[in-house]
Design a binder for this molecule. Structure first.
Ligand code: USQ
Length: 425
């Protein structure tokens, strides 16, 4: 039996199916660590997962019933709290740590100053706590850190996977590919990248920094019945574009196209996101190595995606039109986009299912839960704009009060004293 894998953020859209996959298909013990905050944040935006999801304990039972295995554990802990992270990592002594415990919505981070602050503080704190704790307790373990393709923005040259060579005045230098995030959320991941790189340089942290594209779909091979469903968000704050387009097709019979519709991004299905993460865990970087992975499958612009969804909507009896809306984001609407990918193909990655088939599966889910989707109708249209003067706190989106309090620095000092007392002189 291998040492366990800990998944921080294992209650989320990707974390849950990844936990299911690793526990079911491998001999690993899998420990999910989550404070369930995404459930509360989605509620704070007036929304909910379209597909009802069970409590952590009901999910554990459902897994045990379906798989006949007992190798999945849930620990409720907050990765913002260094003591809780330290407790979990020292107790389980993981071979690998997956870090997905972050605020993952760009629009959410753009609501107001408070949401920007929450996103950046939360994301930086969770990442640093995990990094420090790993270097203390499991220095040889592998950190698989979820970053985003959005760190790079949309540069006018191919995005390299790893460093880029810069030439100037006849000299050459290898540097991290330039980052140009377009939201406070994406920028929080840029900080993470620098922090993980520094931990690698100073402590030799073995890390994979995954620059993932936009994920779509609601099914994976291990979601064999509804009790094992992962969350599925379709509202304008928490949903990603393909999932949202399908919801708009069913609920509005029209797709809302932001701006020119030429915004190009890398996409991959939930099936393939799980497959890639699993491959990366099975094939960790060498000891002391920092590895960047551009995790996308195909690139599309938003109009190409709309055309796909429209065509598949007809198979389900929906005649769908397009409505161009003013782009709520500040982003290039007509740009070059090319991404270098070497690591995943070299590990044998190939696509699990074609995008059209996954879009059909999304339609099946949205149609099944149509009455629930209809209740969320007002939430499908864009509600957060990037530009404009922002309030400190928005009246329409109230962040739960307890989430704006941060572990005070005196607590950290007490913790340090506590630890110093335990070190034999
Ligand atoms: N877009 C539309 N219409 C919509 C929604 C989005 O045209 O209804 C456009 C956006 O303007 C953007 C693109 O589609 O150009 C992608 O937007 P998205 O909402 O699907 O995804 P994004 O906000 O970029 O974030 C999502 C995940 C995030 C992940 C990121 C990967 O929420 O956690 O990091 O995808 S990436 O986009 O590659 O950075």
């Amino acid at each position: 039996m291998k040492d366990p894998v800990i998944i921080f953020g294992g209650d989320g859209y990707i974390g849950w199916p990844l936990a299911l996959h690793l526990a079911w298909r491998t001999e690993r013990d899998v420990v999910i660590v989550d404070n369930l905050v995404t459930r509360r944040l989605v509620e704070s935006a007036g929304s909910d997962s379209l597909v009802p999801i069970g409590s952590p304990s009901s999910r554990m039972l459902a897994y045990e019933r379906a798989s006949g295995k007992g190798n999945l554990t849930f620990v409720r802990a907050d990765a913002r709290d260094p003591k809780e992270v330290d407790w979990v990592i020292s107790k389980y002594q993981p071979e690998s740590v997956v870090h997905l415990a972050q605020q993952r919505s760009a629009p959410f981070s753009m609501i107001d100053q408070e949401h920007a602050l929450y996103t950046e503080l939360n994301n930086i704190a969770t990442n640093l706590n995990i990094v420090f704790s790993m270097t203390r307790h499991v220095p040889g373990a592998h950190l698989l850190k979820m970053g985003t393709m959005g760190e790079y923005g949309t540069p006018n040259i191919e995005i390299t996977e790893g460093p880029v060579e810069i030439r100037r005045d006849g000299r050459r230098h290898r540097a991290m590919f330039p980052r140009a995030a377009q939201s406070w959320y994406h920028l929080s991941k840029v900080f993470d990248t620098y922090n993980v790189m520094l931990a690698n340089k100073i402590h030799g942290l073995r890390a994979t920094d995954v620059m993932q594209g936009v994920v779509y779909g609601s099914q994976t091979n291990e979601i064999v019945d509804e009790s094992l469903s992962t969350r599925f968000d379709l509202d304008s704050v928490w949903g990603t574009i393909i999932n949202k387009y399908v919801a708009q097709a069913v609920v509005y019979n029209k797709l809302l196209i932001y701006g020119k519709g030429r915004q190009t991004r890398g996409y991959l299905s939930l099936y393939d996101s799980i497959k890639c993460l699993s491959l990366l865990l099975d094939n960790p970087p060498a000891e002391g190595e920092y590895r960047v992975v551009n995790q996308i499958d195909e690139t599309f612009d938003t109009l190409q995606l709309a055309k796909k969804v429209k065509a598949i909507a007809e198979e389900f009896g929906y005649r769908v039109g397009f409505e161009k809306v003013r782009n709520p984001r500040v982003e290039s609407e007509n740009h070059f986009y090319k991404v270098q990918r070497k690591v995943l193909p070299s590990l044998g990655f190939s696509r699990t299912r074609q995008i059209d088939d996954v879009i059909r599966e999304i339609f099946q889910v949205v149609v099944k839960y149509k009455p629930r989707a209809m209740k969320m109708k007002a939430l499908l249209a864009p509600s957060v704009t990037w530009a404009g003067r922002k309030k400190i706190t928005s009246d329409s989106f109230q962040l739960p009060r307890d989430l704006t309090g941060w572990p005070a620095s005196h607590e950290l000092i007490e913790l340090a004293k506590d630890q110093a007392a335990k070190v034999p002189s």
